[in-house]
Design a protein around this ligand. Structure first.
Ligand code: RUB
Length: 313
């Protein structure tokens, strides 16, 4: 199995998880396949590139950043009439630039977020977001305690708790249903994002909307930590972001004495939090209300001119 198929398989199986990590590994795979390509002609190379790009593009449905990065690589070779070597160079250059931008974005995000957190704060988190963890570690001196929702069914909250603990932050794991019991002690609810949409809504790990809504009731401010690369441009043109449905086996195994047998299971991986629940989005451009950031991005990306480009790969 080639590196592209192998990576797509690992993404589907959640061996590679978290939006940033998924994008990083997908770009690396596409880059490797492009660099190692034995294509002799431009046409052959483009065909092979597109085939690989599509395999990765559709590896997980709710991952705009993965799609954005692949579109950026594809756009880098949009001019026709180039040699295979030139095409390879352009793709390498585009991928390096993307990673550099992304790294810088992460640093800006951590700085903005760490400045915002008030000294002595207690924080509630859910799932595992590399962007949020990076920011919390930067804000370490201002943090008294972090409660991490374990995040059934795959327990990514454990990764968060472990990473924070390792960085010297007082982190406590709680079962998801205990969130409201610690909320009165919390100042912020901090999550990452898989997708950020045109109306300012945010798609993130299942449970985020529920906790965010209860947080509103207890006046705990929900901040989303994400680079603008997670923004889904197609949402401006009316496309609904799909919510990935995962295997029932993640929730309850089929067979055995304690198996689920004929019980039906619904297992959505993500949910959508309304922009009105979210106090702010901490991104590389600063801290914005979700709707203000959406219109900022519409102008910045000049989307009215790129409709077609964004609708197809
Ligand atoms: C992970 C998840 C994360 C976001 C952001 O879901 O919802 O909060 O992807 O992560 P899964 P990051 O484990 O199903 O991939 O900030 O690292 O991009």
């Amino acid at each position: 199995m080639g590196v592209v198929d192998k990576t797509a398989k690992q993404i589907k199986a959640l061996k590679i998880q978290g939006a940033s990590n998924i994008r990083k590994m997908a770009v690396e795979a596409l880059l490797y396949a492009s660099r190692e390509s034995k294509a002799k002609t431009e046409e052959e190379f483009r065909k092979e590139f597109l085939k690989n790009a599509k395999i990765l593009f559709y590896a997980r449905p709710t991952e705009p950043e993965l799609r954005t990065a692949i579109r950026v690589l594809k756009r880098s070779i949009s001019r026709q009439g180039q040699s295979v070597e030139d095409l390879k160079r352009k793709i390498i250059h585009a991928a390096e630039n993307y990673e550099k931008n992304r790294k810088e974005a992460l640093e800006h995000i951590a700085n903005y977020g760490a400045e915002m957190i008030q000294p002595g704060s207690t924080i509630l988190t859910l799932c595992h977001s590399s962007s949020a963890v990076n920011m919390l570690i930067k804000a370490k001196k201002r943090i008294e305690k972090v409660y991490c929702c374990e995040t059934r069914p795959l327990y990514q909250g454990r990764i968060t708790a472990r990473e924070l603990k390792k960085a010297g932050i007082d982190a406590t794991l709680i079962v998801d249903n205990a969130a409201s019991t610690v909320m009165k002690k919390c100042d912020y609810f901090i999550t990452g994002a898989d997708a950020f949409l045109a109306d300012g809504d945010v798609i993130n790990k299942i449970g985020t909307n529920q906790v965010s809504t209860v947080c509103k009731r207890y006046e705990v401010k929900h901040y989303v930590v994400t680079s603008t690369h997670k923004f889904e441009p197609e949402s401006f043109f009316g496309k609904a972001e799909p919510i990935e449905e995962r295997s029932p086996d993640e929730v309850w195994e089929l067979k055995g004495k304690n198996g689920r047998g004929k019980v039906k299971i619904q297992n959505p991986a993500f949910d959508r939090t309304d922009s009105s629940m979210i106090e702010g989005i901490i991104c590389e451009l600063g801290i914005f209300s979700p709707t203000a950031l959406a219109s900022e991005l519409y102008n910045k990306l000049k989307l009215e001119r790129h409709h077609e480009e964004f609708l197809r790969l």
